[in-house]
Write a protein that binds this ligand. Structure first.
Ligand code: TRP
Length: 341
């Protein structure tokens, strides 16, 4: 049976290498996987409603949504085969969120580690939206009855809650029948966890303070070279095997990035560069990164120079998404007993 795959990113105009190697590249593979009736149906949302829970820049939001969609397309997501849409343009997300919120226990949300991290000590000041964020995420997924959700480690707990919400709904309102399929996490064998270039124990992040920690999808060749050259390493040479790499997160990060960009394994990279100075790995890495990323970067800026085209793609995506979302919401409201003329 064909899989329905859904994944989303928050809009930001600072997409970086980790978003590409950890997610986008795999989204493209999933879109191309399977044949005939087994072909995957992929839906890729730009979750702008999720992006406003912690204060946001009103002036920048709409363009960040466009730029994120442009990145999907530039990386190879095909808007003809996959759905690309903005969450806010499909109002059913927010409606289903409310319905799910009515039976999701606060205790379950209180256990979410991301809320604890993001809210910090002062939970009194955290927004209701930040707290309820995982419920909206469940609505994103279940609205389309997605069967598989590619996510990173940090979203696994949220996905677990989505499964829980699906089964509570099925029990409570669908008489125990599987109205919502329980979505499976889709952990891709090839997904690479890209770490900060200044601290190999921290994830590369679009929000980290220093720009030197990450390779942005908009960096030019000189900038990419400069960042890899300045990337933190240690006193030794490039490790030649797993064992030599133990406890050397910065070295292993560069090796992992090189392996991902060249579609090989870290073992192969260590065989090739082991024992050499880091400079030779860094030089090869920046050449490789420039070669792989520059077609994406230039396609992205091309797309961004014609906003009308991106807007049309997003509008068409929203129409297609709504045609799936509306019947689900209608079913749910009926099962929950709402009046309808
Ligand atoms: N919470 C996800 C993140 O921050 C984004 C997200 C929202 C998502 N809704 C989703 C991911 C649905 C997968 C499926 O990365």
């Amino acid at each position: 049976m064909s899989k329905r795959i859904l994944s989303c990113m928050q809009p930001t105009n600072r997409l970086q290498l980790g978003n590409y190697l950890g997610a986008l590249r795999n989204w493209v593979k999933l879109q191309d996987e399977g044949q005939g009736t087994d072909k995957n149906q992929c839906m890729y949302g730009v979750v702008d409603l999720h992006a406003i829970t912690n204060g946001h820049d009103v002036e920048a939001l709409a363009n960040a949504t466009r730029e994120t969609a442009a990145a999907y397309i530039a990386a190879g997501v095909d808007p003809k085969r996959s759905y690309i849409f903005a969450q806010s343009s499909v109002p059913e997300h927010a409606q289903l969120n409310w319905l799910f919120g009515s039976f999701t226990q606060m205790g379950k949300l209180e256990r979410m580690t991301q809320f604890k991290d993001k809210a910090g000590k002062n939970t009194e000041r955290a927004s209701l939206g930040l707290f309820a964020y995982p419920v909206l995420m469940a609505a994103d997924i279940l609205l389309y009855k997605a069967t598989h959700v590619p996510v990173g480690e940090d979203q696994k707990q949220h996905l677990e809650l989505s499964r829980d919400i699906a089964s509570v709904f099925n029990e409570k309102y669908a008489g125990g029948k599987e109205y919502f399929p329980l979505p499976e996490p889709y952990i891709m064998g090839t997904a690479t966890r890209v770490m900060s270039l200044r601290d190999g124990t921290q994830k590369m992040s679009k929000s980290a303070e220093s720009d030197m920690t990450r390779i942005n999808l908009t960096d030019d060749a000189d900038m990419i070279a400069k960042k890899f050259k300045k990337a933190k390493t240690d006193q030794g040479n490039v490790p030649a095997n797993e064992k030599e790499g133990e406890g050397r997160p910065e070295a292993m990060n560069l090796i992992g990035i090189y392996a991902a960009l060249s579609d090989t394994t870290t073992e192969q990279v260590m065989t090739e560069f082991g024992g050499q100075q880091f400079l030779s790995l860094k030089t090869a890495l920046s050449d490789l990164a420039v070669a792989k990323l520059s077609p994406i970067t230039s396609r992205m800026s091309e797309l961004m120079s014609d906003k009308a085209e991106i807007d049309n793609i997003l509008k068409a995506g929203a129409d297609k998404a709504r045609s799936l979302a509306a019947p689900t919401l209608e079913d749910v409201m009926k099962m929950m007993g709402f009046w309808k003329a």
